[in-house]
Design a protein around this ligand. Structure first.
Ligand code: NDP
Length: 286
């Protein structure tokens, strides 16, 4: 039997509806409209699309939004100065630095991110938030993994006591995903490029999260029948063709639940960013 396809659009709308309720309540209590500032350095076309989508969604939701576009040749100190200015700006409650940075700034990525005030760090990349997540304290949680958890929960897919396998150990997806699943009492395994016998591990997964960045990396023989498959990957295989990390056509015949790409996890990432921005504002204002 073919898997249930988890539509990002449906679950993202649910999250946005909830966010809108929280937003209305916050504005009623404080009289302040939350504000998000997104900094983009350079002209990477994919990043520009992501930033435009974030800006548009803020506007639709009723969140103030500003985009700070800096030239490709911006230096580290100029970028840090721009971040510090936003830290001081009381009308800005969330700050997001769009990644990837241009090549010249990439060696300084962590150092630059550390300058974002942790309470405005709506991407959850600051070490204070990373540390709090790892010890199970309330914090800003990275948007993509948070979206995956919300989707699993909304779809009624059990997490407690289940085997969850994550392929990928990046700081923005794999590691926070592991911490969130652990906090929900899953038994978590993280795989990466040095993992041996990957297929043997993925076949144990009740929940399989693919965050590799390689088209059709997860094939049907890697899946436990009846598993829930969350495909985080976004791979451009032609100018207008995006695919995930999972061989969707084959895997959907064996899995119980599967997310499509496009139209899956990516849509939840923006919805959780809206939630994080409202929550950041709430914590700063109340
Ligand atoms: P990274 O490149 O930072 O991480 C990829 C991970 O995959 C690494 O941990 C790497 O292992 C692992 N990996 C690579 N090859 C193999 C292999 N052969 N076997 C097992 N593991 C392997 O990517 P990100 O985490 O940033 O992103 C992953 C994907 O998710 C990308 O396609 C990205 O575009 C997408 N993405 C989607 C988002 C959304 O909103 N839907 C948001 C963020 C990312 P190692 O650490 O050993 O190198």
């Amino acid at each position: 039997m073919s898997a249930v396809i988890l539509s990002g659009k449906t679950y993202a709308q649910e999250l946005k509806n909830q966010a809108k309720i929280n937003l209305t309540e916050l504005i009623r209590q404080t009289g302040v409209t939350p504000g998000l500032a997104v900094i983009i350095v350079g002209a990477d076309p994919a990043s520009q699309v992501y930033v435009r989508n974030k800006h548009r969604t803020c506007r639709e939701m009723g969140i103030n939004s500003q985009v700070i576009s800096l030239p490709e040749n911006t230096g580290k100190s100029a970028l840090i100065t721009a971040i510090k200015k936003l830290n001081e700006d009381v009308s800005v409650h969330g700050i997001l630095l769009q990644l990837p940075l241009p090549k010249t700034l990439q060696p300084y990525e962590s150092e630059i991110l550390y300058n974002i005030n942790p309470s405005k760090d709506v991407d959850g990349f600051h070490p204070v938030n990373v540390g709090k997540l790892s010890i199970g304290e309330k914090c800003m949680v990275p948007c993509t993994p948070l979206g995956c958890i919300k989707m699993l929960e909304s779809a009624g897919i059990p997490i407690d006591g289940k085997n969850a396998v994550i392929i990928g150990r990046s700081n923005i997806v794999g590691k926070p995903m592991a911490n969130l699943l652990l906090a929900k009492n899953a038994t978590v395994t993280i795989c990466h490029s040095h993992t041996q016998n990957l297929k043997d591990i993925t076949r144990t997964a009740d929940i399989l999260i693919a965050a590799v960045g390689r088209p059709a990396f997860v094939t049907a023989d890697m899946i436990k029948p009846g598993a829930a498959i969350i495909d985080v990957g976004i791979n451009r295989i032609a100018p207008k063709k995006l695919v995930g990390d999972v061989d969707f056509t084959a895997v959907k015949e064996k899995a119980a639940f599967i997310t499509p790409v496009p139209g899956g996890v990516g849509l939840l990432t923006i919805a959780t960013l809206m939630q994080n921005t409202i929550e950041a504002a709430r914590q700063q204002l109340l």
